[in-house]
Write a protein that binds this ligand. Structure first.
Ligand SMILES: NC(=O)c1ccc[n+]([C@@H]2O[C@H](COP(=O)([O-])OP(=O)(O)OC[C@H]3O[C@@H](n4cnc5c(N)ncnc54)[C@H](O)[C@@H]3O)[C@@H](O)[C@H]2O)c1
Length: 388
């Protein structure tokens, strides 16, 4: 039974780099949502958005959105220092709220969000979009009946020298980016770890172990080294006599599951899906570097990197230089990490009056708690027991 026979009216608080390339486009192109308003303190950014897409209105005062009865759902896309405050204010204003990650930076902020979530009817979703990445959703389905414990190995490693200055310079990557994988592992396992351990440096590069009550383990390498020519994320899950690997959300190898076969997944917005179906992950890997060179001129020189095209031992039956970037709205060529379905699903639940599968306040709290526990472990040199 549909509760509303109309579009979901969305208001954005903070529409900078990420929101402009993702959630704003999702809402603009959605059949069930419309952009009612954007609040941002950057007037030039507001003018650009207003010139490029249909928007009810723009404002530099986010409180106008909270007071607007014609806004159903607020998307919070500021940096993390404002997340908890804006979540609390938006929930208290009677809105449904989708906030980018991390949900909160401290235990006190987490508590304030959970209390606001409990006292309001509006639902809260945290931007842990990997739960909706087609490859990971399939992995979770395949693993459903696999006996525990599972051993998960996750690598999130990609140089992001831009984050060594400005807002992120003194922020631990484990909190602002590692939180995605902490959520993913707990979602896959449907459990929270009993203790955690981390080594490495305070901000950028870390090795972690999360130990779960059923014996499952996450080994997680999270860092900012390496080459932009090597894809960023890799997951492998082992349980019983089965194994699944997923390379950058695109190439999934499925072993030990009778009747199942390996798959490839279309990148974000389907860009070059045809070629990936035809040539496999080799095309994705080689084209990604080519696309990076096209969409980031001067980047390599600025940071003293060598952008060396991928040279596989067997010659490819294609020439990546024949292919072009197809979606100018986007930063560049990127895999499908579930951004669109995460937002669409949340809006659909608003219309249907159903409970969303997105990460809620409890899941957002867990990811922050775990990141903080890992940082405590780094400082003490000891494993840290977590509350179960
Ligand atoms: N889910 C993902 O895959 C993913 C990827 C990248 C970034 N993110 C998240 O997106 C968020 C934004 O990151 P970004 O890189 O786009 O940052 P950004 O700085 O480019 O954008 C933030 C925007 O918020 C605006 N803002 C700041 N204070 C405001 C206020 N008081 N009222 C209204 N607007 C205000 C800024 O002017 C800016 O336009 C972060 O939380 C980040 O972690 C998520």
């Amino acid at each position: 039974m549909t509760a509303y026979n109309r579009q979901v009216r969305v208001g954005f608080i903070g529409a900078g780099g990420f929101i402009s390339a993702h959630h704003l486009l999702t809402v603009r192109d959605s059949g069930i949502m419309e952009i009612r308003a954007i609040a941002d303190i950057d007037e030039a950014r507001l003018a650009k958005h207003a010139a490029n897409m249909p928007i009810g209105y723009t404002t530099t005062d986010y409180k106008k959105l909270l007071a607007d009865p014609e806004i159903d759902l607020i998307v919070i896309g500021t940096k993390q220092d404002l997340h908890a405050q804006f979540i609390v204010e938006s929930l208290d204003a009677g809105k449904w709220v989708l906030c980018e990650k991390p949900m909160a930076e401290t235990a006190a902020e987490t508590q304030a969000v959970l209390t606001a979530e409990a006292r309001n009817p509006g639902r809260l979703a945290i931007g842990f979009n990997r739960r909706f990445a087609p490859a990971y959703a399939d992995a979770k389905r395949l693993l459903r009946d696999v006996p525990r414990p599972w051993y998960i190995n996750y690598r999130l490693m990609y140089p992001n020298p831009g984050k060594r200055k400005g807002f992120y310079a003194d922020q631990p990557r484990m909190l602002y980016e590692g939180c995605h994988i902490l959520d993913l592992a707990c979602w896959l396992l449907d459990e929270r770890p009993r203790r955690v351990f981390m080594t490495g440096d305070p901000f950028l590069n870390n090795c972690c172990i999360l130990d779960y009550p059923d014996g499952s383990q996450l080994s997680f390498l999270c860092g900012s080294m390496g080459s932009v020519c090597l894809w960023k994320e890799y997951m492998e899950v082992f349980g019983g006599w089965t194994g699944i690997t997923v390379s950058d959300f695109v190439d999934m190898r499925v072993r030990g599951f009778p009747g199942e076969r390996d798959r490839v997944y279309a990148p974000y917005m389907g860009e070059h899906a045809k070629e990936i179906q035809r040539f496999g992950f080799d095309f994705y890997e080689q084209y990604k570097v080519h696309a990076f060179q096209q969409t980031n001129p001067g980047y390599a020189e600025a940071y003293g990197m060598d952008l060396v095209p991928v040279q596989r031992p067997v010659a490819a039956p294609f020439d990546v230089t024949d292919y072009k970037h197809e979606t100018p709205d986007l930063w560049g060529f990127t895999p499908d990490k579930g951004w669109i379905p995460a937002v669409e699903h949340f809006a659909q639940c608003f219309l249907d009056g159903t409970t969303p599968d997105n990460a809620d306040g409890k899941a957002g709290a867990l990811a922050t708690d775990l990141a903080l526990a890992l940082l405590e472990s780094l400082e003490s040199g000891q494993a840290v027991e977590t509350e179960t």
